[in-house]
Design a protein around this ligand. Structure first.
Ligand SMILES: Nc1ncnc2c1ncn2[C@@H]1O[C@H](COP(=O)(O)OP(=O)(O)O)[C@@H](O)[C@H]1O
Ligand SMILES: [Mg+2]
Length: 289
């Protein structure tokens, strides 16, 4: 399964979309909330059910102890969003000031995410937040750059509005260069369209010269459920939103599989201690939280 990172030029629905894809996926899925500006799922969709003692920030200290400690901590800080453990969440930072501590942790975390994808069969979604640039490069504290470099696919989330496209046009160039020079290749880049505004998928693809790998309806009611949790809206299970999200996960998986066949940059095998995350996960079983 692939590791797919979602980003935006400006807040427009990255977290909502990442959550929707994770929950709609037919495959086991894992959402890593790695937005350096702070996570919103803990206080939102999870309605505060998970405390600050749990989640991404604690992996920075574990990484300083060593790869074995990081592998154990990763498994221990995953929150089961369902009883069976098919939907896992790594809750994000509670304070943007914590982001600096993660700078040296991202490369090892990226390896663990690839172990989860390649060996445990999870489609891993990374909420990487808003793209911040510094001299035309990904900002090293304000973006989880190593996660983007190593992702199988990087999806720029855009709305079909003039404003969203205008900002995305400025972001996609540096992102393409970055993936080309430091990452997994420029063709790892794709678009996820939120169908708000007049522009259709083919126009968005043409304007940004990148493929639209999926589209989600503009649906404030369902989006609010992903933002705040609580009771799902009527007909949620069969809603166009969820259907589109599921189709998008399939398109993403197909695109990643096509790329894997042509892959010029095969993933290096993970550090065996980091791969220990699998054993820890099995020991933990399906218990919640
Ligand atoms: N598909 C959608 N339809 C309607 N509103 C949406 C959709 N996706 C996101 N939103 C709304 O847009 C706002 C920003 O969404 P969020 O996912 O938090 O963005 P980001 O993570 O990019 O900052 C929220 O109010 C959210 O409910
Ligand atoms: Mg967000």
């Amino acid at each position: 399964m692939p590791v797919t990172a979602l980003v935006s030029a400006k807040s427009c629905g990255v977290t909502t979309s990442a959550l929707a894809l994770t929950l709609a996926s037919k495959r086991p899925s894992l959402l890593a909330e790695c937005d350096p500006a702070g996570g919103t799922i803990r206080a939102g969709f999870l309605e505060g059910e998970v405390g600050a003692g749990f989640g991404l920030y604690h992996l920075a200290a574990a990484e300083r102890t060593g790869p074995d400690a990081l592998a154990h901590a990763f498994a221990n800080h995953l929150w089961n969003m369902d009883e069976a453990g098919h939907r896992q969440l790594l809750p994000g930072l509670t304070d943007p000031a914590q982001a600096a501590a993660l700078g040296r942790t991202w490369p090892a975390l990226s390896e663990i995410m690839h172990v989860m994808a390649d060996d445990a069969g999870y489609h891993v979604y990374i909420d990487a937040g808003r793209i911040a640039l510094e001299s035309g490069r990904l900002h090293t504290t304000l973006t989880p750059a190593p996660l983007l470099h190593q992702a199988d696919l990087v999806l720029l989330v855009v709305r079909g509005t003039e404003q969203s496209l205008a900002l995305a046009k400025h972001t996609i160039g540096p992102l393409r260069t970055e993936m080309d020079e430091r990452g997994n290749g420029a063709d790892a880049l794709g678009l996820l369209l939120i169908e708000d505004g007049p522009y259709r998928a083919h126009q968005v693809a043409e304007a940004l010269t990148a493929p639209v790998l999926g589209a989600l309806p503009f649906d404030p009611g369902t989006a609010e459920f992903f933002a705040k949790g609580g009771r799902p809206p009527r007909g949620y299970g069969r809603s166009p939103f969820l259907r589109h999200a599921r189709t998008t996960t399939e398109h993403i998986e197909a695109a990643a599989a096509r790329r894997a066949i042509q892959q010029q940059y095969p993933h290096k095998p993970a550090n065996p201690q980091l791969a220990g995350v699998l054993q820890r996960l099995n020991e933990r079983g399906g218990q919640r939280g």
